[in-house]
Structure formats: C-alpha cells, structure tokens
Design a protein around this ligand. Structure first.
Ligand SMILES: [Zn+2]
Length: 291
C-alpha cells in the first residue's frame, strides 16, 4: 500500500497567509485553537494577526496588519470535520475584510486543518494597470492567476499564453506610447508598428525583432524577447512544474513592463508640467513689475 506523505508542519499564520486554497490537510505547529469552554471542550481558531495586502486607496495600498474579528462556528472534538469561517479586518483602515473558509478536525489530540476558499482571492492583487492593458482578456488573465496560485502550471501557462497572443497589439501599443513620450528613434517605433502586423506574438518577435527603449528594459533585457522566450519554452515544457515557472515569468514580465511604461508616462507628464511651470515663471519674471 502506498504510504501517504506526512502533512506539512507550519505555523497558523503561514498557513493562512501562504497556503493556497484546495491544499491538502496541514498540521499546524504552533497551536491552532484556543479553548472557549472546558466541559464539554469547545474551541475556536486562535486569535492571531496576519500581514496581508490591503487595497484601500491612499490610506493603505500595501501590506497591513489584519486582526481576527469573527469566527463563524465553534469547534468540538470528534471524527467528523467542522466547517469554520474566520474573518480578519485591516487594523489601519478598518474597512478591508479577508474571509477564510476552513475545515478543521480535532481527533485524538491532533488538530488538522484544510483551506477550502478565501475571499478576496489568495495571493497579491493584480495591478489595475495590467488589467487595463490586457482589457478584453482580463478574465483569462485572472484565471491564469488562480491556476498559478494553486500550482497548476499547465493551466496557468495556457491562460497567460492566450492573453499575450490575443492582446499582443495592446501590449505593443502601450510600449509605443511610452517610447513616443521619451522620443525613441523613428526606426524603433516603426519596428514596433511592424510587429503589430504579424498575426502571432512569437512570429512577430522572431521576424521583426522589435527593440524597446532602455527605460523599459527589465534587468537589462527586452521584455518582448523575454515573453517570447517564455512562450516558446512553454510549448516544449514537459512537467507541470516547468510550466508553472514559465507562467510565473510571463506574469512577472507583464507586471514589470506595465510598471515601467506607467512610470515613463507619469515621469514625462510630470516633466512637461514642471517645464510649463518654469516657462510661465520665466515669462512672468521677464515682464516689468507693475507698480
Ligand atoms: Zn487597510
């Protein structure tokens, strides 16, 4: 008979923050519950703080401390699983809520826990700018994200590949917009335009070899070439793990690229505002002062 692998031993905080839903049972090493009543013994998930991303604009938009504010059901000992919902709230804005749906079993002195679901979704949020660029393919991108979070490499790769292939022109258009702002050479702009006429992303990069301005390079490398390389390797990848690594690279490159283009467009808008302020100020200085 095959031996079942030993479940992982992690802390409750690690379990809630870092374990994607659908994960197999987990033993929690630092105590899972607190006792609410001794006869009969009734327990509740221990009150801990989590460090989670809070999306509240301006006030938070980053990792914040979340406190446990509610447990749905009490836990009693027995062979059957208890379903438990726990709710955490951002301590900073007191607005953002994170909800976990769990299965817990307390039997013969051992506590085991399963994560069924969490709302909002597991993992860091997808930057709004990425969603804007991939536009019509948003749902597939988010499905890719969900697969990636759960370690489903082939699925994640498939979704991301479809997004890049179908939204190739929107991605290149965003690069062209940033390239124009920083006055990239005409030849570079032309090649980027030419790449849009090819039907497939990989063909476009193979045939046209478009370059991008230095400000858009990711660790010194052309993001379009990086996407191309991940997409072509993925088609030959044999295992789920290989596909997962490539899927993650595709997402990271897409997110970095949008971060770079956003910063170029923002910088150039700030620069032109500063320049026009300066010109206005100079103009005023040139005028003789009214008495
Ligand atoms: Zn908050």
């Amino acid at each position: 008979m095959p031996v079942e692998p030993e479940p992982q031993l992690i802390t409750l905080k690690e379990f809630l923050e870092d374990t994607p839903p659908g994960h197999k049972e987990i033993f929690v090493k630092d105590g899972l519950v607190q006792r609410l009543n001794s006869s009969p013994p009734i327990y509740d998930i221990r009150a801990i703080d989590l460090d989670l991303y809070c999306t509240t604009p301006i006030k938070c938009e980053g990792i914040r401390s979340f406190q446990k504010v509610m447990s749905g059901e009490n836990i009693t000992e027995g062979q059957s699983h208890r379903s438990v919902h726990i709710r955490f709230q951002c301590r900073n804005c007191l607005k953002t809520i994170k909800l976990y749906s769990l299965l817990v079993r307390l039997w013969e002195g051992t506590f085991r826990i399963w994560k069924l679901a969490e709302v909002p979704d597991f993992g860091p949020p997808t930057p709004a700018k990425v969603i804007k660029i991939i536009g019509p393919e948003k749902d597939y991108y988010l499905k890719g994200r969900r697969c990636e979070n759960q370690g489903l490499g082939i699925g994640a790769f498939g979704y991301y590949r479809r997004v890049v292939e179908n939204q190739k022109n929107r991605i290149i258009d965003e690069i062209i917009r940033a390239a124009k702002k920083i006055e990239a050479p005409k030849e570079m702009l032309q090649r980027l335009e030419d790449a849009k006429t090819e039907t497939q992303f990989t063909k476009a990069i193979d045939n046209v070899k478009p370059g991008v301005p230095e400000a858009l390079l990711i660790s010194g490398r052309n993001p379009l070439t990086l996407l191309h390389s991940a997409l072509s390797q993925g088609l030959h990848a044999e295992t789920d793990e290989e596909c997962l690594e490539l899927a993650t690279s595709i997402r990271v490159v897409l997110e970095d690229l949008t971060e770079h283009t956003t910063s170029v467009l923002k910088d150039s808008a700030e620069l032109s505002r500063a320049l026009s302020r300066l010109m206005l100020w100079k103009g005023k200085k040139a005028q003789p002062e009214e008495k």
